[in-house]
Design a protein around this ligand. Structure first.
Ligand code: SF4
Length: 382
């Protein structure tokens, strides 16, 4: 299959591994964060860690949309279904993320809430057309990849005068989160791991391009290599990062040239800009409040903004005390550091968000279990 099989070729993987072994300086350690859950999944599924030199370590980042969704946001969606009698539509993984009071969207559905799994924002729009007497809310989550379809659904609803369709917008932004990981005092107070560079997101970068990472790479002196989601993409990106570190460079490089350009998808960006504006701040699970890291619906489309329409007030809710998702999303701990990993908490019965989606670090580790047992080197930050 074109563009898939050739990026899973074992012989080429061995050749890249040999180059990495030759070029990684044995006198130093390299720590790279793969921001995106898609990369975490690929690293686990294809055993990429087994092919990296012992002094090259991958740190899982917070780029799994389900994992970073805070409990308080899921509570809002549940309240819409149970207290407002709205039809709440959302993506499948979101249904199983634990919320307050032992609930999740799927458990709220069992209690009688009209909560429906959809594959796209367009599906939710169609449900609104078919149920004119009911309020239909699309619980929209995800990074820049899923934002344009939500924007299109809102714009279409406005154009059609579809009065019963609204969106609970929880779309978040990648560059702000990467910056936050490096500089936020809230993150630093937990301790953080030294990061020598980032494997940049694949699908997100198709939309936003490679340009938005340039200021970040220059300001923080951290190399970024945007990579596709196949195992050879990831290995090649790691090799490119090792070379940048060895050369003392901090540039944005693009390994995923078959899909990512510097400017990205300008049509999608214009659509998003028309419908959404940045929020002043947004809570991420594991990162806390992150300034300018999420989107809200512009006043021109307030009719389709569930927060405005239902007068929703967000209230933060602490995570389950036993769950280490916050530390895992900050790269400070590994899934196996959690006392209930694989026992009480499994993909069938997730206690935290990182065990829900296949992109979550705990779920990936549970399913494939191929991470090498490398201790995490946590550095206190003054
Ligand atoms: S194993 Fe479960 S409870 Fe533990 S950190 Fe992962 S998701 Fe949270």
């Amino acid at each position: 299959m074109k563009y898939i099989d050739e990026f899973r070729d074992g012989e080429i993987a061995q050749k890249i591994a040999a180059r990495l072994a030759a070029e990684a300086d044995p006198a130093r350690r390299y720590s790279f964060m793969e921001f995106c859950g898609g990369h975490t999944h690929a690293i686990s599924r294809y055993g990429v860690m087994e092919l990296l030199p012992a002094n090259v370590r991958m740190i899982h980042g917070p780029g799994c949309p389900v994992c970073v969704l805070p409990i308080g946001r899921i509570d809002l969606a549940i309240r819409l279904a149970l207290a407002q009698d709205a039809i709440v539509c959302t993506y499948g993984d979101t249904m199983r993320v634990p919320a307050s009071d032992g609930l999740s969207l799927i458990r709220a559905k069992a209690r009688g809430g009209d909560i429906r799994m959809v594959y796209s924002a367009a599906d939710a729009l169609q449900i609104a057309r078919q149920n004119p007497a009911r309020e239909v809310v699309f619980f929209a989550i995800g990074f820049e990849t899923t934002t344009p379809p939500t924007a299109l659904a809102i714009r279409t609803a406005a154009a059609e005068g579809l009065q019963n369709f609204s969106v609970l917008c929880c779309h978040v932004l990648t560059p702000a989160a990467i910056t936050h990981i490096l500089e936020s005092p809230e993150v630093k107070q937990y301790g953080t791991v030294p990061i020598d560079g980032f494997v940049g997101p694949a699908h997100v970068s198709i939309v936003i391009g490679s340009g938005p990472y340039e200021g970040f790479a220059a300001s923080y002196r951290k190399p970024v290599v945007i990579a596709g989601f196949e195992p050879l993409d990831v290995m090649q990106a790691v090799l490119m990062l090792v070379r940048q570190v060895n050369d003392g460079r901090a540039e944005v490089e693009n390994e995923f040239t078959r899909a990512v350009s510097r400017t990205g998808n300008l049509t999608a960006q214009a659509l998003v800009e028309q419908v959404f504006a940045p929020r002043a701040s947004f809570e991420w699970r594991g990162l806390g409040e992150v300034p300018a890291s999420a989107l809200q619906i512009r006043p021109a489309f307030a009719r389709h903004d569930a927060e405005a329409r239902f007068g929703l007030q967000y209230a933060p809710v602490p995570d389950n005390k036993a769950c280490e998702c916050g530390a895992i999303l900050r790269g400070v701990k590994r899934p196996t550091d959690c006392k209930i990993f694989g026992t009480v908490c499994t993909p069938e019965n997730p206690m935290g968000s990182c065990m829900v989606s296949s992109e979550g670090a705990c779920a990936a580790h549970y399913s494939y279990g191929r991470f090498r047992d490398i201790p995490i080197r946590v550095e206190a930050v003054a």
